[in-house]
Design a binder for this molecule. Structure first.
Ligand code: ADP
Length: 215
């Protein structure tokens, strides 16, 4: 089963796509995480990604990000299926993806703007494993330390107000048109993620229904 998770920055798609990947035993692939891993390595390429694109909140060019994704999809662990997050980000990436692999369903995670703003402003993530927390809503057991791996938690450079504005603008201009695009193809399903994080099992069951798993 090959899935895509769509949604505005901060809506919770990273959190939910990770939970769903565990539930369905499929791989979680986030192109944002692929970029952050590259940056962590400290290579010239990683530095370029950070300075020219991620820190500013603007999109990495299609050819660069597509090559990174292709490399990841080429690995053996993708054979059972995957849930892809952060790609496609625009119509041209959607067309490239179509030429690469079959997609079974596109989950469009939705929540009101004020929920999104609150989620983004309090988000902290683990430097080592990428686990996602929220200062108020989903705090780690020990402040600043990841429950999963003991890594250090930090606020993403692009979660600061200036970059957030740019990311939301780009989302509305370039990524939101994908909703219509996939609706037309009969692949889209909305998933309401406005409920507090503790109620995540309800959301997962909702997705089971959409995918007709266990019903
Ligand atoms: P969010 O969805 O919260 O904005 P991501 O982690 O998905 O965060 O992406 C962070 C950044 O990584 C983006 O602002 C962009 O610079 C880069 N990026 C990730 N995926 C793509 C993509 N498919 N195309 C272009 N840039 C991307």
């Amino acid at each position: 089963m090959n899935l895509i998770g769509l949604g505005a920055p901060g809506v919770g798609k990273g959190t939910y796509t990770k939970l769903l990947s565990k539930r369905y035993k499929i791989l979680h692939i986030s192109t944002g995480d692929l970029c952050r891993e590259e940056i962590k390595k400290g290579t010239q390429f990683g530095k370029k990604l950070a300075k020219e694109f991620l820190e500013k909140g603007i999109l990495v060019p299609d050819d660069i990000i597509t090559n990174m994704l292709k490399e990841r999809l080429g690995k053996d662990d993708c054979k059972n299926g995957f849930i892809l997050e952060g790609y496609p980000r625009n119509i041209s990436q959607a067309k490239i993806l179509e030429g690469m692999i079959k997609i079974d369903k596109v989950l469009n995670f939705v929540a009101p703007d004020e929920v999104i703003t609150d989620r983004l402003s309090g988000r902290i993530i683990c430097k080592s494993c990428g686990a996602i927390y929220h200062i108020k809503n989903v705090p780690p057991k020990e402040p600043g330390i990841c429950d999963v791996c003991g890594g250090k938690l930090y606020q993403r450079e692009d979660d600061r107000p200036e970059s957030v504005k740019v990311r939301l603008k780009i989302y509305h201009e370039k990524t939101a048109p994908l909703i219509k695009y996939y609706k037309k193809k009969g692949l889209l399903a909305d998933v309401d993620v406005s409920t507090p994080y503790e109620e995540y099992p309800k959301v997962l069951k909702e997705v089971d229904k959409i995918l007709r798993i266990g019903v």
